[in-house]
Write a protein that binds this ligand. Structure first.
Ligand code: NAP
Length: 266
């Protein structure tokens, strides 16, 4: 797909959540034309439409603009199948952005369908995200859709990588294990310090940043440090004692200590 001379590719966005907003912003920056945004909440959709410069907006899928080039479905994973069954856009490129929903879920909307999965965490409170630093995983139903989605992805990021639905699902699982779960551990640590009135959680940031940056050069196992890795049993006992009134923190500490020890037992 190349935009016809002087005519930018036009986009319809279904969804008004975190990714819909960031992706729309990036698509506009990449000089695509934002034709229409569709959301369930009328006032929210109207507000986002005017903030991002969509030409039109609607609260109903039945009012979907039929003349656009690309249709993004940026809604909750669990709803993509249901919403897809309400759409018919033969010949159009229809795209979802989920890590886990298989490509074929879109097959009843159009023979030309694709996935564009940005491996990143988007929140509505963030400033506009620079997609150029984000790996984007793509999959498409046929040759035509493949070249179309590749063309669009390349406008967003130089890192556009082909991946099938099963591989993408596994990658998404790895993202949950590494990013979502470690974020929950940050909460567990922050909450403990807050309740103990040791207000220095922010001072953990240089350590956390170093922990992540080491992964550029080392495997996580090679980089592992701490009392469980070293087998410092007395320190572990002290920590468990400190956590005697913190069942959530204590169970996380016990489980992870046991798993790390299993790896490094002689
Ligand atoms: N956020 C990320 O970091 C991220 C990263 C990569 C991929 N993704 C993918 O992007 C997609 C959207 O995720 P998100 O984080 O943007 O979710 P989100 O912020 O929770 O937004 C979900 C959007 O879907 C709409 N929606 C839900 N059910 C709907 C239905 N039945 N009909 C119409 N609209 C419906 C919601 O409308 P209401 O506002 O009316 O509830 C909301 O606009 C998902 O497939 C997700 O896997 C997200």
């Amino acid at each position: 797909m190349s935009s016809k001379k002087n005519k930018p590719l036009s986009v319809v966005m279904v969804g008004t959540g975190n990714l819909a907003v960031h992706l729309s912003h990036a698509l506009r920056k990449a000089k695509l034309e934002l034709t229409q945004i569709i959301g369930r909440n009328k006032s929210k959709t109207k507000k986002i439409a005017s903030q991002l410069g969509f030409t039109s907006h609607s609260a109903s899928l039945s009012k979907i603009a039929l003349q656009a080039d690309i249709y993004f479905i940026c809604i909750n994973d669990d709803e993509i199948k249901k919403v897809s069954s309400q759409m018919k856009l033969p010949g159009k490129l229809v795209v979802h952005c989920s890590g886990t929903v298989p490509l074929h879920t879109l097959s009843s909307i159009s023979e030309n369908h694709a996935v564009l999965y940005p491996l990143y965490s988007f929140s509505s409170s963030d400033d506009p995200v620079n997609f150029k630093k984000i790996p984007i995983f793509i999959e498409a139903s046929n040759k035509k859709s493949k070249s179309q989605i590749l063309f669009i992805s390349k406008k967003l990021s130089p890192a556009a990588i082909s991946l099938n639905s099963l591989q993408r699902e596994k990658l998404h699982l790895a993202a949950v294990l590494s990013a979502n779960f470690s974020n929950y551990l940050f909460h567990v640590a922050w909450d403990y310090l807050h309740k103990e009135k040791v207000n220095h959680a922010k001072n953990l940031l240089p350590l956390l940043e170093k922990t992540v940056s080491k992964l550029h050069h080392h495997s996580p196992l090679t980089a592992q440090t701490g009392p469980a890795r070293r087998g410092d049993k007395k320190t572990i006992q002290k920590h468990l004692l400190l956590l005697k009134n913190y069942p959530e923190q204590k169970s996380v500490y016990r489980l992870l200590t046991r798993l790390i020890q299993l790896h490094f037992q002689a």
